[in-house]
Design a protein around this ligand. Structure first.
Ligand code: SF4
Ligand code: SF4
Length: 339
């Protein structure tokens, strides 16, 4: 069935909360009327890869969210329908990661997991037995050379083997899990996208998410053809396919006082720091922010339900409503006025 991952993500959110969220976007109150729709959790900053465009390699200090803290988060997030396991490290390197997923399953959450898939098959199958909803795999390359050139220490053969095994396991066990592969368009992959798509179709992935490469720092690897032209060509190619193309919108289209993130959900870093969105993952100051500055407090200061409308969050929303760029947003390429 062709159903976008965004569609099932949205379906997990109660209608009453969606209505309050819509109202929030319209009146932009400092105290949000809606509950957070999701919590995005960075379980660890440890990683087995050193991808070229990732902030992870800059980190000098590593941290992992203790299981006890995760339990506290869940106890205070009963009304949050979605848990996204995605941050600055590889989830599978957290020794309690599977227990965390198990707890979310017992709570009936919609579960989304990001992984580089350079992991053992046994642990991967164990993850799937928790009937997670979506597994996200960032790839970026289209063959061994291009993949391993970008994802340092990554093994193309292991990735492909795991993708294949995973889709087979999902089919055989009739699991609800959907596999989405992610690709950031760059000069290195733009002319081989059709080959990439054909391979992903063969491997049985459900969706491909493509996004443009943004930010001045990456100018040298930007794709030669226009992003919109490439997306159109891919849409034509996938018209009759079972694979869905999910193309991210081109950024820099809205003013900062239109940013919806402070009303959508929260990011919790591996140190327990709360943030209003995951933009800081791209900030060279990430380590300082989540280890020292805690601009929105941390689990030590607030439980997740309190953090959502905490004084720093309310001040942040107020600034945004007035169109003033909060320090937190400086450098964000998603909204005008932030960069
Ligand atoms: S992009 Fe993901 S896999 Fe690559 S270094 Fe960063 S956290 Fe690790
Ligand atoms: S950093 Fe960007 S995405 Fe995050 S709240 Fe600010 S403007 Fe929105």
């Amino acid at each position: 069935m062709r159903r976008s991952t965004k569609h099932s993500f949205m379906q997990a959110i109660p209608l009453s909360n969606l209505l309050r969220y819509t109202l929030d976007l319209y009146i932009r109150p400092s105290r949000a009327l809606a509950k957070p729709s999701y919590l995005q959790i960075s379980t660890t900053s440890r990683c087995n890869l050193a991808c070229k465009m990732c902030n992870n390699q800059r980190l000098r200090r590593r941290a992992s969210l203790p299981l006890e803290d995760f339990v506290t988060i869940l106890q205070h997030a009963r009304e949050v329908p979605i848990i996204v396991f995605s941050g600055i490290g590889e989830n599978f390197l957290h020794r309690d990661f599977l227990d965390m997923v198990d707890l979310c399953r017992q709570e009936g959450k919609y579960i989304q997991v990001t992984t580089n898939l350079n992991v053992g098959k046994h642990r991967l199958e164990k993850l799937l037995t928790y009937r997670i909803d979506l597994i996200d795999v960032s790839i970026d390359g289209w063959d061994q050379a291009s993949y391993e050139q970008i994802r340092i220490h990554g093994k193309w053969s292991l990735l492909i083997e795991n993708l294949q095994a995973m889709s087979q396991f999902i089919r055989e066990e009739s699991l609800p899990t959907r596999i989405r592969v992610r690709l950031v368009l760059s000069r290195y992959n733009a002319d081989r996208l059709i080959d990439f798509v054909t391979l992903m179709e063969r491997l049985g992935v459900h969706a491909i998410e493509i996004s443009p490469l943004t930010g001045a720092v990456h100018k040298e690897v930007r794709a030669v053809s226009s992003y919109t032209t490439i997306v159109k060509a891919l849409r034509r190619r996938l018209k009759q396919s079972s694979v869905i193309l999910e193309a991210q919108k081109v950024s820099n289209v809205k003013a900062i006082n239109r940013c919806p993130y402070p009303y959508r959900g929260m990011y919790i870093a591996e140190t327990g720091a709360y943030l209003p969105c995951c933009w800081q993952l791209h900030n060279p100051r990430y380590e300082q922010i989540v280890h020292e500055e805690f601009p929105f407090g941390s689990l030590k200061d607030y439980t997740p339900d309190m953090a959502w409308n905490s004084p720093p969050m309310r001040h942040f929303r107020r600034m945004m409503r007035l169109g003033k760029t909060p320090d937190f947003c400086r450098g964000c390429v998603l909204f005008k006025g932030a960069a």
